[in-house]
Design a binder for this molecule. Structure first.
Ligand SMILES: Cc1cc2nc3c(=O)[nH]c(=O)nc-3n(C[C@H](O)[C@H](O)[C@H](O)COP(=O)(O)O)c2cc1C
Length: 149
């Protein structure tokens, strides 16, 4: 039996709901990414903040312990799509994890954007990882989750 960890970031709860569903179906442990400075702000303030972070390649501080992922074979990373990409705070965590040789995939929620492009970027940023197909978790069904990874 593969041992699986779901790690997710969520500003407004949509990705959290998807992450909980995925963790249940995959019988996985679940961890939330919590930023030092929570994104408790309006939509447009978040857009401005996120664009700034993207341009400056920021790695916002975390208010959490870096999880020990040694015992997991599979890591599923969930986040909202922000301005077409993964929120920088998720990259802070990915930088801190030793994902070398792990089976990893990303799932996203969004208004409409699909995760394929950002998954390609992640593959370039973290080439040591065994990346799997990303999952669009907008309204994801149990069957889609079972057929994934
Ligand atoms: C800063 C920001 C940027 C966003 N950029 C996109 C985008 O590029 N494409 C898209 O389809 N949705 C975009 N959205 C919508 C979110 O991805 C969507 O509402 C998501 O499900 C929110 O997840 P959460 O509730 O877990 O935070 C953006 C939202 C925010 C706040």
């Amino acid at each position: 039996m593969m041992s699986t960890l779901v790690i997710y970031f969520s500003q407004t709860g949509t990705t959290r709901a998807a992450a909980e569903k995925i963790a249940e179906v995959k019988e996985a442990d679940l961890i939330e990414i919590s930023p030092e400075k929570p994104y408790k702000m309006s939509y447009w303030k978040t857009v401005v903040t996120s664009l700034k972070e993207i341009v400056t390649k920021a790695r916002p501080e975390l208010a959490m312990e870096i999880p020990d992922i040694q015992k997991y074979d599979r890591i599923l990373i969930g986040c909202p799509i922000w301005c077409g990409v993964v929120p920088n705070v998720v990259l802070t965590l990915l930088d801190a994890l030793d994902l070398n040789g792990k089976h990893v995939a990303v799932f996203t929620t969004s208004g409409a954007t699909q995760p394929m492009k950002l998954a390609v970027k992640l593959k370039k940023l973290y080439p040591e990882v065994k990346w799997h197909r990303p999952l669009n978790a907008n309204g994801v069904t149990e069957e889609e989750i079972r057929n994934w990874m």
